[in-house]
Design a protein around this ligand. Structure first.
Ligand code: NAP
Length: 248
């Protein structure tokens, strides 16, 4: 048990699979009270039930992060059930890849809505509670693509650069409220993320890359636990991690 995780109320968007699910499991095992948000209610409810049966505290709230009212309801549910919000993990995201010339404009819109506006709605929902508490912690999920751009993932990279930019602005602005801010930028981690790619050429390229390089989602969960578990006067602002075998 980590004493600075135990008892904390931690809201996680995109908790129905991959990085969010792995984080919920690890943080719950360390005594956190977790509030799980995603659209697939069956998945988050099953996870909440499993964590509760194991002696943890967890609730599931159906949440589409592109709907600001739903994200507010997620944060409100955390505060109503457990009395506060210690950590907001803005994790929900998708990565449909394709060359810009393919004009997948609906997919561009979707990435902007989920990967950028979803994070902003998470900030909007949790910040008032954290200001009031004069304590809190935002963890926003960027990517190696928040540092590197390449053919086929220009829009995804743009959204993840945006997450880093707004997180740095947030970091500076919330100093008066004793709030910590962390950006985590993973490399290839084995999750359902490549399933959001509709272009067959990009899908095959990414599938092969992930098959060769990706590491288990627990690597992300341990990074989250490291950031939260630090003493309150230590603010881990940015972590980039990759599979050891990943070059880019
Ligand atoms: N895996 C990697 O290699 C990698 C690398 C760098 C960064 N990331 C980032 O890590 C984050 C998590 O992705 P993952 O790898 O864990 O992929 P994943 O397994 O596909 O999980 C994505 C999660 O986001 C949720 N989500 C998608 N659209 C949503 C919406 N509109 N509202 C609410 N939730 C939504 C999904 O839940 P529902 O479908 O149930 O709503 C799911 O729980 C993303 O931001 C991704 O960009 C991943």
């Amino acid at each position: 048990m980590n004493s600075n995780i135990t008892g904390k109320v931690i809201v996680i968007t995109g908790a129905s699979s991959g990085l969010g699910e792995a984080s919920a499991r690890l943080l719950s095992s360390q005594g956190a009270r977790v509030v799980l948000g995603a659209r697939r209610k069956d998945r988050i409810q099953a996870l909440a039930d499993e964590l509760t049966r194991g002696g943890g505290k967890a609730i599931a709230v159906t949440t589409d992060v592109t709907d600001r009212d739903q994200v507010k309801k997620l944060a409100d549910a955390a505060a109503q059930t457990y009395g506060r919000i210690d950590v907001m993990i803005n994790n929900a995201g998708l990565m449909p890849q394709a060359l810009l010339e393919q004009l997948q404009i609906d997919e561009w819109d979707r990435m902007i809505d989920v990967n950028i506006k979803g994070v902003l709605y998470g900030i909007a929902a949790a910040l008032p509670y954290m200001k009031e508490q004069k304590a809190g912690h935002f963890i926003n999920v960027s990517s190696v693509a928040g540092h590197k751009v390449g053919p086929g993932f220009a829009v995804y990279a743009a959204t993840k650069h945006a997450v880093r930019a707004l997180s740095e602005g947030l970091r500076q602005e919330v100093k008066p409220y004793n709030i910590r801010t962390t950006v985590i930028s993973p490399g290839a981690v084995s999750t359902e993320l490549p399933n959001s790619i509709t272009d067959p050429v990009a899908a095959e390229r990414v599938r092969k890359f992930y098959a060769d390089a990706a590491i288990p989602a627990d690597a992300f969960a341990r990074t989250v636990a490291f950031a939260i578990g630090q003493p309150e006067d230590v603010d881990i602002n940015e972590v980039v991690f990759r599979p050891t075998r990943q070059e880019l």
